[in-house]
Design a protein around this ligand. Structure first.
Ligand code: CA
Ligand code: CA
Ligand code: CA
Length: 193
């Protein structure tokens, strides 16, 4: 919601030039420039005005560059060059918090806007960080997805902010055949009945 009208807007970050191509539901198309080659997009609502702010994490100097919609531009060093940005509202105050995931140690560094700095350990080197508010309490939950290895299914691990318990939803075994083939056989069975 770049324009804050409650509707999600389309946005593309072109890493080679640092250009943000936006299509806003109220204001139409626009191009903004923030970032340079190698930067990682890290948008969020850092000033809590309901409008998404464009932002990047620059690995080369571990610096966050944020263009806030109300409070203007700011930058902050947080994390390390090999970290991934995992910003979210971890303390639930309406302001996006700067955060990084260090995959080699599974460590999450959370620079929370109200509750201060903290670290959480969840995940390992092959995991994909997937923060979101899974338990619906308004606070982003630390979560990782482990991609499937051989015949095993991929697994999710979600640390719920409501009670700090670990939620590991079972999504079932990895299918041996593509779903498309299974659907095709089922349709053929019905057709022959
Ligand atoms: Ca904002
Ligand atoms: Ca926050
Ligand atoms: Ca939550």
């Amino acid at each position: 919601m770049l324009d804050g009208d409650g509707k999600t807007d389309c946005a593309v970050f072109r890493a080679s030039t640092g250009e943000w191509l936006l299509i806003q539901s109220t204001a139409g198309a626009a191009t903004l420039t923030l970032g340079q080659a190698g930067d990682k997009p890290a948008q969020g609502d850092y000033d809590g005005d309901g409008k998404t702010d464009i932002a990047v994490f620059r690995p080369s100097n571990a610096t966050w560059y944020i263009t806030r919609s109300t409070l203007g531009s700011t930058s902050m060093v947080y994390g390390a060059s090999t970290d991934r940005p995992v910003q979210g509202d971890y303390d639930g105050d309406g302001l996006t918090d700067i955060a990084v995931f260090t995959k080699t140690t599974g460590t999450w560094g959370l620079n929370r806007s109200t509750d201060g700095n903290t670290t959480v350990t969840l995940g390992s080197v092959n995991d994909i960080p997937a923060p979101a508010d899974y338990d619906g309490d308004g606070k982003t939950d630390v979560a990782v997805y482990s991609p499937p290895i051989s015949a095993a299914a991929g697994t999710w691990r979600i640390s719920k902010s409501t009670d700090a318990t670990l939620y590991t939803p079972n999504l079932g075994p990895k299918p041996r055949r593509p779903h498309r083939l299974r659907l095709h056989r089922s349709i053929k069975r019905k057709a022959s009945q």
